[in-house]
Ligand binder design. Sequence first.
Ligand SMILES: Nc1ncnc2c1ncn2[C@@H]1O[C@H](COP(=O)(O)OP(=O)(O)OP(=O)(O)O)[C@@H](O)[C@H]1O
Length: 499
Amino acid sequence: MGDVREPSAAPCNGSRDIAEENQESKLTSVAGRRSQACLSDPLEFHDLQLLGAEDDSIDESSPRGVLDKFSTSMESAKTRKESEKPPKTSTSDSEGQINPGAPIHWRGFFRSLKEGPAAHLWTMPPLKSVPKLTRKKNKRIRDSVTSAFTTFFDADLCYFKSSWKNFTLSELEAATNNFSHENLIGEGGYAEVYKGELPDGQLVAIKRLTRGSPEEMTTDFLSELGIIVHIDHPNLAKLIGYGVEGGMHLVLQLSPHGSLASLLYGSKEKLDWGIRFKVALGTAEGLHYLHEGCQRRIIHKDIKASNILLTEDFEPQISDFGLAKWLPDQWTHHTVDKVEGTFGYLPPEFFMHGIVDEKTDVYAFGVLLLELITGRMALDSSQQSLVMWAKPLIMKNSIKELVDPTIAGAYDSEEMNRVVLTASMCIHQDPEERPQMSQVLQILKGDESILQQIKLRQNSRLQSSYSEEPCDPDETNPATYLNDLHRHMEVVLGHHDEG
Ligand SMILES: Nc1ncnc2c1ncn2[C@@H]1O[C@H](COP(=O)(O)OP(=O)(O)OP(=O)(O)O)[C@@H](O)[C@H]1O
């Protein structure tokens, strides 16, 4: 694991709406992922110089790793024998163990990007030779390295890619009034986001990668593109196009209300409970799709209030796929040796062992729910964690103390109970105990059968926990935790009054 940089007030730490002082703190590797390095034309003057450089950190579970391996494997596919295929990884893999691909292939890839979507169709392997993945076929197909890349190049992808527009620099400049400060609507650890208007009147958000070394920018850009190309869901941000002249740009649909962070913390008008609940449900739907609904398991890795954008009618859309990872089916989890993400949203197993899987996002989603309930930031101005503040109140079932004073008395208490219960389960220290997103959805929607199931499961664990010596009087005591969870169940199921 890399060192963890202390949170800093530097503008490149944590994304924010310009109108708002978001105090999130990004974790970065010591390599200086967020170092200031604004390039006038990274692709032109490297094109990519860096791609010819040695790189031993390719990550197979990232789009970049997949692309590199695709290129390599396409060359050697003809000679590859069955016995030479990599063994199945039954538990995990780490970034350091991934065999690097041949960087030279990236040049062609970038040339294709510059040429635009039409070029991709030519540079891709003929579709006839690429089996289209279905969930049933995946198991077998994914055992082969070569075929792992077919997900990136399948027919759907071609369709989506060809629907993306390749913007020239002058088109982007015209849309944003030359990237003027007045058009700047957001700023993150990697990028500046500008509001833009296309000639047909469509409003867009243009994300311009500005920070990090050229290599980091390239990785971030490709990671985000490589993930976005695979996803299509109403609760995920929509890409309209991209631009690789004069820098790396993603052109996204504009979210007229900005991010959840800007609405919760940067606006005088307080969000009413109805919108908060809608955001909780929609974000859960989006995450459920990423984890279980698309062709590959996608772990977002940076779920937080500033990465939840809101449409005109306050439908949430998960954005910013710069840190997202693909997880092969046969891996239980992925292990990283550098820490990336945002303070306040990362689960203990990530800090301690670098473990990344769906439960990483589930934990962060739990923190997001706490923000919706309490109106408090994941980390406050004195770096106090919301989880630490909220857990004792959850344990006491003090919903009234938990709830944002601005919505006191103005919420549906059944919904509130369900959201508090879900949050408490999602932030469980033990990832095994956290629910999957499919279960989260069921709980949030008030499906009593799942609540009864969980209750029965908790009961049996409660009994076995009581027979064990309590090791710690605080939250790590499983008996205490489960007992409190049990009380939440009672409240949610309507068998008990709120405390
Ligand atoms: N499509 C959009 N519509 C409106 N505002 C947006 C849009 N995309 C991004 N923003 C604003 O810009 C901010 C930064 O964007 P984003 O999180 O994508 O950048 P980043 O540099 O990748 O951030 P991070 O530090 O989280 O990695 C967001 O928090 C949001 O306020």
